[in-house]
Design a protein around this ligand. Structure first.
Ligand code: GDP
Ligand code: ZN
Length: 368
């Protein structure tokens, strides 16, 4: 199978810089491939030779130690066995530049990467209903946290007057410092070209935002077709049956790459790193508080209290920041607890094997 519409690995984002990162893997005789879809441990890949399917090697599985964030994710560059045609073996994941992360399902607190190596994250909100800036802040923080460039997209401008759109842009500008704002309509085409221009050949984009804001409509409009309906990956399963699955990384000619995974929409903050970028105004104020450990709860010389007092800082925005901070702090404490427990388990295991070794050598009572 050759890469049909794609033409080259470069169209999928491969660059000189990736080649440099890949040098060690290349030295081991492996070739690069990008993950375009994933289904319960089976990965759809695109390599220079074309599309093929892959699964991680036994050694990889062992070394990943059940940590879901170490397994390949859609968008990842992976090192695969060279010379194989339909099916290959994944030996490693190339260090990610960016990662959109959520908490893995299940009782254990673990990070799961829902999309890797995304260059630009479109944070989509609709001008239709009441614009929820609090929700926007949440998505923006997650976007910053991923390491990708966030772009806020306000949709459905066709339903609003020019004055209403301007007011919304001002409102959103107040919470989205550092991010580009775009106003678009899938109905009359406003802003669609500007949106496409933010992606570009070989660059990977992703869309996040609440349900109903118009993400699917935008994807289809950019692609010029129903992406979901036309982009199924056809393959044979273990028993030789044909199965089809939704492709998750789309190569759109003249636009670039669009990554759309099922987990994308439940995007949540993983740690607090995105908050500083998302709330630069609050960060700057905190730096002005008289005390370094100011809790902003009435201490003298508190810059937060002063800004809340004279209206420079919006009360709701401050509350939103506190809430996100609490959530991520909670998350971090849980991650720490899990890490400590894992560490304890490891040492217990080592202790046990040392005991067994010593028992064998000196007898159970001889050395204890
Ligand atoms: P998603 O859940 O974010 O993927 O949202 P959809 O793309 O499914 O869109 C939700 C609804 O909004 C659908 O009924 C769309 O037809 C409508 N919609 C999407 N974009 C626009 C737009 O630019 N203008 C108007 N008027 N409606 C839109
Ligand atoms: Zn303070």
């Amino acid at each position: 199978m050759a890469i049909s519409a794609a033409g080259s690995l470069e169209a999928f984002g491969w660059t000189e810089a990736w080649a440099t990162t890949f040098a060690r893997d290349a030295g081991l005789g492996h070739v690069p491939a990008r993950v375009i879809a994933e289904d319960r441990g089976s990965y759809q890949l695109v390599a220079r030779s074309g599309e093929l399917r892959g699964a991680v090697s036994g050694r990889f599985r062992f070394e990943a130690d059940e940590d879901p964030s170490r397994f390949p994710a859609v968008g990842d560059w992976v090192a695969v066995e060279a010379g194989l045609v339909d099916e290959t073996v994944i030996h490693g994941v190339v260090a990610r530049r960016t990662a959109l992360v959520r908490q893995a399902a299940g009782p254990r607190t673990r990070a799961q990467v829902v999309a890797a190596n995304v260059d630009v994250v479109f944070v989509v909100a609709s001008l239709n209903a009441d614009l929820n800036v609090r929700r926007l802040e949440r998505y923006l923080a997650a976007a910053w946290e991923s390491g990708a460039e966030p772009v806020v997209v306000l949709t459905k401008t066709d339903l609003r007057t020019a004055a209403e759109i301007d007011a919304a842009l001002v409102l959103v500008g107040g919470v989205a410092a550092g991010a580009t704002l775009l106003a678009v309509s899938a109905v009359d085409g406003r802003g669609i070209d500007a949106l496409a221009a933010r992606i570009g050949l070989g660059r990977t984009s992703a869309f996040v935002g609440s349900s109903g804001v118009g993400k699917s409509t935008l994807l289809n409009r950019l692609a010029g077709s129903e992406i979901a309906a036309t982009s199924e990956v056809r393959e044979d399963d273990a028993r030789g049956r044909h199965t089809t699955r939704r492709r998750e990384l789309h190569l759109v000619p003249n636009v670039g790459l669009i990554l759309d995974t099922p987990g994308m929409r439940e995007l949540a903050l993983w740690d607090g790193d995105g908050l500083e970028r998302s709330f630069v105004d609050i960060d700057a104020l905190i730096a002005e508080c008289r005390f370094g450990n100011c809790s902003h709860g009435g201490e003298p010389g508190c810059a937060i209290a002063a800004a809340l007092g004279d209206g420079r800082l919006d009360v709701d925005r401050y509350a939103s920041w506190r809430k996100l901070l609490r959530e991520t702090a909670h998350q971090e404490r849980r991650v720490d607890a899990v890490a400590r427990a894992t560490e304890r388990r490891k040492w217990k295991q080592i202790g046990k094997s040392v005991s067994r070794h010593m028992d064998a050598k000196y007898g159970a009572d001889g050395w204890r």
